[in-house]
Design a protein around this ligand. Sequence first.
Ligand code: SME
Length: 160
Amino acid sequence: MFSSTALTGSKPEQYAQLLAQARSLLHGERDRIANAANLSALVYHAVPQLNWAGFYFFDGTELVVGPFQGLPACVRIPLHAGVCGAAARTGQTQRVDDVQAFPGHIACDAASRSELVVPLRHAGALIGVLDLDSPVPGRFDDDDQAGIEALAQAFVEALA
Ligand code: SME
């Protein structure tokens, strides 16, 4: 049985502990739905001030919602739309301090104010995105971005 322990220390230290917990959850398991489900729950409960944390997977045409924690979300997101689409299209992490100022932002939960979306690539191909939303404007900083990018990388490596 997995048991999470409270994160302590600086933000980079906390993300290092979270990464260790993620690696222990992912260990020996390649199923992407199982891993995405557990990582969503881990992140949502460990990272403060989130109202949504989860995955969208690329079906070859658009992004389709996968395992997540938070309110029910938009099912399909075209690559030309939203913060998630921008991350998928550009291959670059999108960190948006004010989603209301982001052209084309898709408001799945009206409470969302800032967003962090990390693209997921496996063997050179887009497989989806990891998306975190917060009701707090400017919630995500460099430490959050580096920490969540490391978790996303661990997720991708577990698929190999
Ligand atoms: N806000 C996202 C859509 C997904 S929800 O936040 C869960 C976007 O603009 O792509």
